[in-house]
Design a protein around this ligand. Structure first.
Ligand code: KIV
Ligand code: ZN
Length: 515
């Protein structure tokens, strides 16, 4: 069985998804969960793109010890030096340096000749190899690159010190057959290819990212780059969970496997979905809500007689539990802490106390507390720390079918004063948002609002996700509460707090850096 290295790029390519903007604490939380999942390499960001990205890559590199942490760099000296400053404290410092190699990218984007591109790539790899023990080099738009040129530049960068060669299908253009040919060609035409690991990185514009990744693995790739839930630039990247489970379930065919702890897949998927606000479709393979639901009578009958009639993957394999009722109103601190640790809690006593209090409050209102509820309380409490300029003290809403909805909000504002405001709206949520806009001192435009319930039942927790433009800056926010109106208020305030936080630390958006 060949071991395939999993290179996760949820925090870099995944974070480039439109509308996603993770803050420092959220990136760290995802990084720790990726470590639990057992990825071999995680790409934590693009250090030279902004101060914010530099800080989060550095913190993740200094914290994560059970996998290699890497950061992206263009083929320019300053990017490589900045990447070193961010990554030098990691367990196995690794750089991911790239340059485009297709005719269209070289001519129109880089405005460089092919000789100049080879020269720049070799210089970048040499500079990287002088600092980093592991140097990954990527040929951006490899799938549209002329094969003889691809072979020539790969040979040169391996001679210069590259240890991993990544061949991305940057625009999601290729097919499984073609990508297989590319990997075979490179294996057969690059004399020093045995000195490097070949890697595949695929985008999903034509819906073939996972199929292309598997075809590349069949044809020599020893590393696969992917993101959780397949999030990423445009239509996204190859989905980690689909590749990992395909290799496991069909290892009779692929004769390859990953070292992942598959039962962490569902939790990682839920965390990434929650923090990015990117909803996982119900019919999504492996992690969708319906992935293990048998609806047709014939299927249900078959599954009852023998599961394998219609079930090729067991839910337990990827950590999908029945979302059992885990604790109740009378559960003590000890049992509570044990359950949290089982769910991956690694916070401090103060956070534990906060989650315990939130749990007791919820248990007063909700009969059964499920794993999903606990997970929601836990992420809320662990990530709430750094962003609380405005704090909701109380909320009251008057609504009647024949009345104008009115909201009254009491809030602690940054000067620590308590302030109360009221406003009306055409609905309860609008009344709340109009009131909040009066309290925070800049106009807010609500660009997106989504609500979902965590677990089933009338007494389920509500989770609201919003996207707002506050003070000219786009930001997202999340709020969880037993009541939908309170969750709506919390999400809005969270978005405002996140904007202030970003401005305070001068963390500009990283997405539009010209790469
Ligand atoms: O898709 C791509 O080409 C990339 C590179 C920067 C590796 O993400
Ligand atoms: Zn990419």
């Amino acid at each position: 069985m060949r071991k395939i290295n999993v290179f996760d790029t949820t925090l870099r390519d995944g974070e480039q998804s439109a509308g996603v903007n993770l803050n420092f604490e959220e990136k760290m939380e995802i990084a720790k969960q990726l470590e639990r999942l057992g990825v071999d390499i995680m790409e934590a960001g693009f250090p030279a793109s902004s101060k914010g990205d530099f800080n989060s890559v550095k913190a993740i590199a200094d914290t994560i010890k059970n996998c290699s942490v890497t950061g992206l760099a263009r083929s320019v000296h300053s990017d490589i030096d900045t990447a070193w400053e961010a990554l030098k404290g990691s367990a196995e410092p690794r750089i991911h340096v790239f340059i485009a190699t297709s005719p269209i990218h070289m001519e129109y984007k880089l405005r460089m000749t092919s000789n100049e591109v080879v020269e720049a790539a070799v210089a970048a790899v040499k500079r990287s190899a002088a600092k980093f023990p592991q140097v990954q080099w990527s040929a951006e738009d490899a799938s549209r690159t002329e094969l003889p040129f691809l072979a020539r530049i790969i040979e040169a960068v391996i001679d210069a010190g590259a240890t991993v060669i990544n061949l991305p299908d940057t625009v999601g253009f290729t097919t499984p057959h073609e990508i297989g040919n590319m990997f075979r060609y490179v294996t057969e035409h690059v004399p020093n290819i045995h000195k490097a690991i070949l890697s595949t990185h695929n985008h999903d514009d034509l819906g073939m990212a996972v199929a292309n990744s598997l075809a590349a693995i069949q044809n020599g790739a020893g590393q696969v780059e992917c993101t959780m839930n397949g999030i990423g630039e445009r239509a996204g990247n190859a989905a980690l969970e689909e590749i990992a489970v395909a290799l496991t379930i069909r290892n009779d065919y692929y004769k390859a496997d990953t070292g992942l702890t598959l039962k962490e897949i569902k939790r990682t998927s839920s965390l990434v979905s929650k923090l990015t606000g990117m909803v996982v479709p119900n019919n999504k393979a492996v992690v969708g809500l319906n992935a293990f639901a048998h609806e047709s009578g014939i299927h249900q009958d078959g599954v009852l007689k023998n599961k394998e009639t219609y079930e090729i993957i067991t839910p337990e394999l990827v950590g999908v539990s029945s979302n059992r009722m885990v604790l109740g109103k009378h559960s003590g601190r000890h049992a509570f802490k044990d359950k949290l640790v089982e769910l991956g809690f690694a916070g401090n006593d103060e956070q534990l106390e906060r989650i315990f209090k939130a749990f007791k409050d919820l248990a007063d209102k909700k009969k059964d507390i499920t794993e999903d509820d606990l997970f929601a309380l836990m992420t809320e409490a662990t990530l709430g720390d750094a962003v609380s300029y405005y704090e909701l003290e109380s909320l009251q809403v008057n609504y009647g079918t024949n009345n104008i909805p009115t909201a009254t909000v009491t809030m602690k504002i940054p000067s620590q004063e308590i302030i109360q405001e009221a406003a009306t709206g055409s609905g309860s949520v609008e009344a709340i948002y109009n009131t909040l806009e009066r309290i925070v001192d800049a106009p807010i435009v609500l660009e997106d609002y989504r609500i979902q319930s965590i677990s089933a039942g009338r007494d389920a927790l509500a989770e609201v996700f919003v996207k707002v433009k506050y003070d000219g800056i786009e930001s997202t926010g999340r709020g969880t509460a037993h009541d939908v109106l309170e969750a709506s208020a919390k999400a809005y305030i969270n978005a405002v707090n996140r904007t202030i936080n970003r401005k305070k630390y001068n963390i500009e958006r990283t997405k539009h850096v010209n790469i």
